[in-house]
Write a protein that binds this ligand. Structure first.
Ligand code: PHE
Length: 361
């Protein structure tokens, strides 16, 4: 029968073309041509309607069989092509793991960044969040709100860099002389309880082996209804022990004066200087490392916090000095020379981030 011969020819032709299709686009075009709405097999299907019942009985199943076989061949071919494409991609992107590693990068983490990371870990574990503030501050945030009397010479004792630019109060802007203005910023935008640290650059007109005009501080502030000087002590002792990784570290709280804390204490750490180098933990000597105290009621009031209801403590430490003490550098100025030999010697691997579990440094 001609119709049968035709079907066989059509099937042979289509299957041969499916077999020859080398990419998914060709295969898809073929599918549309044969099985799509306007496709050749679909056209034959439509013809069934005009056939006699006998013809239809014989022709129908054959046509359906043809349709099924062509459909299946296309599906199988499609999967084969997809697999081949993936194989080709994997081959093209293959990495030869037997090759020697790429030369390690020579960049290192600066000790100041490393120490900041260590401190963030230590205070983070104690529930402190991290706040930030700008290097260029208003006189209000750097001094007035912190209970420095207006126009008081204390502003000069910080060896302040004053700027020509004025703030909205008409006062000279300053390069912040400490991180304490971030206390002010935090209290102005956040209600107690507050438990934060802030780390960053600070500036004073000073330069010798242990002073650079730009240096780094960490500030801590806790404001709630109950925190006391005892809490300040215990937090600082825990932090210093964790930082220096020594258990028998001694701290001495010495009365002092800051306008923004009352009472205030400077804190010395026990050390040994007998070998020419400072060793933290052992020995009979003392080294001053930080300033601290209970936040002055005037500061709370200046920042919109009710001093009758809230109280708390603050502390400030030099980060660069902490780095020098732990990692044994003796000239601070080298920190900021950008000498790659120094960085190579004192820098840290970017792959070894500090964590309390594996040690902070
Ligand atoms: N801001 C002080 C300084 O730079 C340190 C300090 C911070 C003291 C917080 C008390 C409380 O010297």
């Amino acid at each position: 029968m001609t119709a049968n011969t035709d079907l066989e020819t059509i099937e042979r032709d289509l299957l041969a073309r499916v077999g020859a299709a080398n990419d998914e686009a060709t295969l898809e075009a073929l599918r549309v041509e044969a099985l799509g709405k306007q496709g050749s097999i679909s056209a034959l299907m439509k013809n069934l309607g005009s056939m006699s019942p006998e013809e239809r009985k014989e022709f129908g199943p054959k046509l359906n069989g043809l349709k099924d076989r062509v459909t299946e061949a296309i599906v199988v071919k499609k999967a084969t092509l997809a697999e081949a494409a993936l194989d080709a991609q994997l081959k093209a992107e293959a990495v030869d793991v037997t090759l020697p590693p790429v030369k390690p990068r020579s960049g290192t983490i600066h000790p100041v960044s490393q120490v900041m990371e260590e401190l963030a870990q230590i205070f983070g574990e104690m529930g402190f969040s991290v706040e930030e503030g700008p290097d260029i501050e208003t006189d209000f945030n750097n001094f007035t709100a912190l209970n420095f009397p207006p126009k008081h010479p204390a502003r000069e004792t910080h060896d302040t860099f004053f700027m020509d630019a004025k703030d909205e109060r008409g006062e000279r802007k300053v390069l912040r002389t400490h991180t304490s203005p971030v206390q002010v910023r935090t209290m102005l935008k956040q209600k107690p309880p507050i438990r934060m640290i802030c780390m960053g650059r600070t500036f004073r007109k000073d330069s010798d082996a242990t002073h650079t005009p730009m240096f780094h501080q960490i500030e801590g502030l806790v404001i709630d209804e109950t925190s006391t000087m005892a809490d300040l002590k215990s937090v600082l002792i825990a932090a210093i022990k964790a930082y220096f990784e020594v258990d028998d570290v001694k701290l001495r709280f010495r009365p002092h004066h800051f306008p923004f804390t009352e009472p205030s204490a400077e804190v010395d750490v026990g050390c040994d200087r007998s070998g020419g180098q400072i060793k933290i933990g052992a020995g009979d000597d003392w080294l001053e490392i930080l300033g601290s105290g209970m936040v002055h009621p005037n500061v709370l009031a200046n920042c919109g916090i009710d001093p009758e209801k809230y109280q708390g403590y603050a502390f400030g430490m030099g980060i660069d000095r902490l780095a020098m003490l732990k990692y044994g550098m003796n000239d601070l100025r080298a920190f900021f020379d950008a000498d790659t030999r120094w960085l190579k010697h004192y820098g840290f691997s970017p792959y070894l981030l500090p964590g309390l579990a594996q040690g902070v440094g």
